[in-house]
Write a new protein. Structure first.
Length: 369
């Protein structure tokens, strides 16, 4: 199976630097082909990447997503036939629409066996998000709206309040995808690849740790499966288990009344619950906000108090957030026990709480979000 990854972004956003990091740190041992579409007469980045032993197929004669759609399809099929690669990375011109590139790739995917469009991400300069949206609205908006993940570059050069504004702006264009705000030097290529491939799912991890099915909120015996579910995506409320800044996500299941956010019966077998009428909810946020160890401990102490019902019944709280000194605070709370330590960086600050009858507004207020 050949995976195709589209890495889009405006000119100078840092696409080539990101690709080099992925190749050197995450894709060693894979047969990778890079297809570049340089906007200009000279493909400067080609030589930069040849050091990594990657095949380069430069197309300097036009924009991949307009005049070169036909040639691009031919080039992509030729690459598949000649190299049978594990992965194809496509770096389109910084002035094209991501949706057009995706359409061109999808035509080939539909016609070829063992090929999949694996990811379609956008690299965005954290310093210039507002300016690019103002000056290149249609193209920039398209690159953000159609991204399966947005990876911010140069975030280390931006003050926290400006970074939060940039994330809020991007969230207004795409409220579903993860947004990487951590400086790249603090992340491994493998961590970035996990985000690209949708394998970094915080709420799902917590649901599994709490032995709660992330799909339906039920406790399953070993070997039991949850049937297919239908989830509605709305601007600020999502009945699934991704955490994003600027909106919340939750699963609500009233087992007594048997009301589910699904088109059909959730599961075709008996369930095991803490209580018959328990309602499991997950609340999650992504944020570049900086915290202190003392502040996190105070938050966990508040959630641990027996009279903390104003926040709901807390089964689990977990997070990885940056501090003021560039370190990363990891915290974990279960009833009667909590842990706060320093650990590895995350792609952005992430907080998730699982419990019953959670008061999401109060939780957001408690974390200062």
């Amino acid at each position: 199976m050949t995976k195709i990854d589209i890495i889009s972004g405006f000119l100078g956003a840092g696409k080539t630097t990101l690709i080099k990091k992925l190749i050197e740190e995450a894709l060693k041992g894979q047969k990778v082909v890079l297809i570049e579409n340089e906007f200009g007469e000279i493909g400067i980045d080609g030589g930069f990447l040849k050091e990594s032993g990657i095949q380069i197929n430069e197309m300097n004669s036009g924009c991949i997503c307009c005049s070169l759609v036909g040639d691009f399809n031919t080039a992509l099929k030729d690459v598949l036939e000649q190299y049978t690669p594990d992965r194809i990375i496509i770096e389109p011109s910084g002035v094209g629409k991501l949706s057009d590139v995706m359409k061109a790739v999808q035509k080939v995917v539909d016609a070829e066996a063992n090929v999949v469009l694996n990811s379609h991400i956008t690299v965005a300069d954290a310093q210039r998000a507002k300016m690019y949206l103002k000056n290149f609205g249609e193209f920039y908006r398209n690159q953000i709206e159609f991204a399966s993940a947005v990876i911010l570059s140069r975030s280390q050069n931006v003050k926290e309040d400006k970074l939060e504004k940039a994330v809020k702006l991007l969230r207004s264009l795409n409220d579903k995808c993860p947004i990487v705000t951590t400086p790249w030097e603090e992340l491994s290529g493998a961590q970035i690849l996990e985000v690209m491939e949708g394998e970094n799912d915080f709420a799902k991890e917590l649901m599994e740790a709490a032995q709660v099915c992330p799909e339906c909120g039920h406790h399953h015996e070993h070997g039991e499966e949850c049937h297919d579910h239908h989830h509605d995506h709305e601007e600020h409320e999502h009945h699934h288990d991704h955490d994003h800044e600027e909106h919340e996500h939750h699963h609500e299941h009233d087992h007594e009344e048997h009301e589910h956010h699904h088109d059909h019966d959730c599961c075709g077998h008996d369930h095991h619950h803490h209580h018959a009428d328990e309602v499991f909810t997950s609340w999650g946020k992504e944020t570049p906000k900086k915290f202190t160890e003392e502040g996190i401990r105070a938050i966990l102490d508040t959630l641990s108090k027996e009279d903390s019902d104003e926040y709901g019944i807390i089964l689990r709280a977990k997070g990885i957030v940056p501090d003021e000194n560039g370190k990363w605070i990891h915290f974990d709370l279960v009833p009667g026990e909590d842990e706060v330590r320093y650990g590895s960086a995350e792609y952005t600050g992430r907080i998730c709480v699982i419990g019953s009858k959670l008061n999401e507004d109060k939780l957001a207020e408690l974390f200062g979000l």
